[in-house]
Design a protein around this ligand. Structure first.
Ligand code: 5AD
Ligand code: SF4
Length: 435
């Protein structure tokens, strides 16, 4: 009998991708939308900020009744909290049967069998073998028009605040041939837009018969797949933005005019303490070069406020940088000390000061985001239709610039790539008329 698997995913898009692959590798299970009645619950966790890890423990607490009602229910923790805390999770929450780190997902079937046999199963190794090669090929069923494809994992940058180099390990790239094969498969299943993923995706260095390909070459090759209409990539580090990738933004039509390029702070003093290895000026100069290649590029970024020893002057420098760059979207976070990272040893900025800065920064970003969205009104854009909207006859998709666009038409199907005139800009999305 088919067992029921419920996966709850936290954190970044790489976890979304990993959850799909975990569901595929666990044979004999079908994925369900609710933990009630599930035979296995898997939390795919994130460790990037303190709140993210705490959420996992409170979620586990909620499964107590389910476990009591069904002693055969197995509970697993995957992802970066699993990697960072390992056995500690089972100590803190004894009803957890299985703990698996991000580099060991291909070993899930064995771990599941062990858990079924009533043993505790733990694997947080960084094994030699490539988990993606060992993971099953993806099934052939039709799927939605957009997909994530992880091409790179891990990080060697060691920003002073960040746990990723410890939880995801060193930078590693998947071989070119495997990425291409997976992309072809996705396209055969109906995918029209692929977002290439990596913690440092623009540091991609994939092997191909003794040659090494960078991200730009991979993108250009993917663009040759006829039925693949759009390519995106995320997340990038400014220091890995090589010339050919900048050029690709100008000359590769399928590469969308959107770039997520986190800077974290606009103060050189803080950037240095963060170990970012770039300055505010070098970041701005880089943005100017990318915009010269692709003038309508929409930029997004990540910011941390309240990093240890951040003064009001440092914070002002961040606001100044945001004013100069003009972002179309941004994610901002209050600094959260992560155990084991160098910054965790340093004195914290007072919580009320950090909260106040976060609010001011978010107000500025919201204004910029709204301005970028409003500027689309009257323009002709391409929209890839993703799903029906809430209103009858309405469909929703994304523009090249990743804005959500509502289109009212009876003639549209999921997966259509259509030309639309933007007529209106709402709080979180645009409305358009089919051309
Ligand atoms: N505290 C707050 N934000 C963090 N990020 C990473 N580590 C921390 C931390 N310790 C943010 C960075 C990164 C994004 C994914 O999460 O801005 O780019
Ligand atoms: Fe973390 Fe910095 Fe690596 Fe990004 S570049 S994953 S912020 S260490």
């Amino acid at each position: 009998m088919t067992k029921k698997l419920y996966i709850k995913t936290y954190g970044c898009q790489m976890n979304v991708y990993d959850s799909e692959r975990m569901a595929e590798v666990l044979e004999g299970y079908e994925q369900v939308e609710s933990p009630d009645g599930a035979d296995m619950i898997l939390l795919n966790t994130c460790h990037i900020r303190e709140k993210a890890a705490e959420k996992v423990y409170s979620e586990l607490g909620r499964y107590k009744d389910l476990k009591q009602a069904n002693p055969d229910l197995k509970i697993g923790v995957a992802g970066c909290v699993a990697q960072a805390e390992g056995e500690e999770i089972m100590r803190r929450q004894p009803m957890v049967d299985l703990v698996v780190g991000p580099q060991s997902y291909h070993r899930l079937p064995e771990l599941e069998a062990r858990a079924r046999a009533g043993q505790k199963a733990l694997d947080t190794d960084f094994p030699e073998e490539d988990k993606f090669e060992k993971l099953k090929r993806r099934p052939k069923a039709q799927r939605g028009p957009t997909a994530f494809l992880t091409v790179q994992e891990g990080c060697d940058k060691f920003c002073a605040f960040c746990v990723v180099p410890y939880t995801r390990g060193a930078e590693a790239s998947r071989p070119v041939a495997r990425v291409l094969a997976e992309a072809e498969e996705l396209v055969a299943r109906g995918v029209r837009e692929i977002t290439l993923l990596g913690q440092n995706v623009n540091a991609y260095h994939g092997e191909d018969g003794g040659e090494t390909w960078g991200l730009a070459r991979l993108i250009r090759r993917l663009a040759e797949i006829d039925e693949l209409k759009r390519i995106r990539f995320t997340t990038s580090h400014p220091n890995d933005m090589e010339d050919d990738l900048i050029a690709a933004h100008g000359d590769c039509e399928k590469l969308m005019p959107y770039l997520h390029l986190p800077v974290q702070s606009g103060s050189d003093r803080i950037l240095k303490r963060m170990n970012r290895k770039h300055t505010a000026a070098s970041y701005i100069a880089l943005i100017e070069r990318i915009r010269a290649a692709r003038p309508d590029l929409l930029l997004s970024g990540d910011f941390i406020v309240g990093f240890p020893e951040e003064t009001e002057e440092d914070f002002q420098a961040t606001l100044d940088l945001i004013e100069r760059v003009r972002y179309g979207a941004a994610y901002s976070f209050k600094y959260s000390a992560r155990p084991g990272t160098p910054a965790a040893e340093r004195p914290d900025v007072a919580a009320d000061v950090a909260n106040d800065r976060l609010q001011r920064l978010q107000a500025l970003i919201t204004r910029q985001q709204r301005a970028a969205q409003d500027a689309m009104v009257g323009r002709e854009v391409h929209v890839l239709i993703e799903k029906p909207g809430r209103m009858p006859g309405q469909m929703v998709g994304k523009s090249d610039h990743l804005h959500a666009v509502h289109v009212t038409s009876d003639a549209l199907d999921v997966g259509d790539l259509v030309k639309v005139r933007i007529t209106d800009s709402g709080p979180n999305s645009l409305a358009g008329r089919l051309l």
